[in-house]
Design a protein around this ligand. Structure first.
Ligand code: GLN
Length: 309
């Protein structure tokens, strides 16, 4: 990887860092509460394989909800969009990521999209394999291929910490099981899902994965088509419409790029046909998005005209 620290990016990271004090590290998954709130790092990975970074980009964090885009890509590749969208919808919710309410009020039992927890749990239940170990290994290998980094692993402590506390996610699985939308075994899927969310990497790897989506599924290092173009397009569209939870509309207006966040404070973004962005800033705003990460993207979008709209 041809990576170097970049002064301009460092300047924007320093500026964005000023807002970390206003945010709070997630604590509902106990192990996440240990992150230090004033961290902020960012990497930009270009289609030609060069990359720029600022901040402590070697710091490793868990993907959390960012993993929803990756599991979706894999499941779409294995089952095809028609089958997948029988069980999960394509519409934004306007509700928090772990909200259960629309499962009852809107098309009972069918989650509105794969970027909210209910939809992601259905997607995870469709991952191929003969055992839960097999399924998570299959997903992990896909993520390793996307990052072209075989060392990517699962943070056991974070996955166990979430597994022990995921009662709302379990509730949603049982609710959807009643309607035969969710067809897996609840404990098995919670096991896979919490491990999927605990896949850990640094912002350089995350930026590289973002660049695969930016290049319509083609890997900038290996030149291989990892994800078919039409599936990369579906994933990017979900990132625009639902990627930042119930702040996706405001994000689209202010920043205007496909992006997906996670409660660990990670954000994977991209500029189509140009580069991927990986950010780690664990202090979150009230919607659960990295507060300094959003600020940084605002600065980058305004300065480099990144909005796709
Ligand atoms: N593992 C987290 C959960 O299911 C992921 C949520 C998130 O990052 N927003 O609650």
């Amino acid at each position: 990887m041809n990576c170097r620290c970049n002064e301009e990016l460092e300047y924007f990271v320093k500026e964005a860092k000023k807002v970390t004090k206003k945010g709070k590290v997630a604590s509902y998954i106990p192990a996440l509460a240990e992150a230090s709130g004033d961290d902020l790092s960012a990497a930009v990975y270009y289609g030609d394989g060069t990359c720029l970074y600022a901040g402590d980009v070697k710091k490793v964090f868990t993907l959390q909800s960012i993993s929803k885009v990756l599991s979706l890509a894999l499941v779409l590749m294995d089952h095809g969009p028609n089958k997948v969208f029988q069980y999960v919808g394509k519409e934004p919710t306007g509700d928090p990521f772990n909200s259960i309410i629309k499962l009852e009020t809107d098309n009972p039992g069918k989650p509105l999209n794969p970027m909210i927890n209910a939809g992601a749990l259905v997607v995870t239940s469709m991952i191929k394999g003969t055992s839960s170990a097999d399924k998570i290994e299959y997903l992990l290998n896909f993520v390793r291929t996307l990052a072209n980094d075989q060392s990517i692993s699962i943070c056991q402590r974070v996955s166990e910490s979430e597994f022990e506390t995921s009662m709302i996610n379990r509730s949603m699985c049982y609710y959807m099981k009643e309607y035969e939308i969710f067809r897996g075994e609840v404990e098995e899927v919670i096991d896979i899902y919490t491990k999927q969310c605990a896949i850990q990497m640094n912002s350089l790897d995350l930026a590289k994965i973002g660049s695969v989506f930016a290049l319509n599924g083609k890997h900038p290092e290996t030149g291989k088509q990892i994800i078919p173009t039409d599936i990369a397009r579906i994933c990017k569209t979900f990132m625009v419409t639902c990627g930042m939870y119930n702040a996706s509309g405001e994000f689209a207006i202010k920043i205007g790029i496909p992006a997906k966040s996670g409660v660990s404070g990670g954000i994977m973004g991209l500029s189509p046909n140009q580069f991927g962005i990986g950010i780690f800033g664990p202090a979150l705003n009230e919607k659960g998005n990295s507060i300094a990460g959003i600020r940084l993207l605002e600065l980058l979008s305004a300065n480099y005209n990144l909005s796709i709209f």
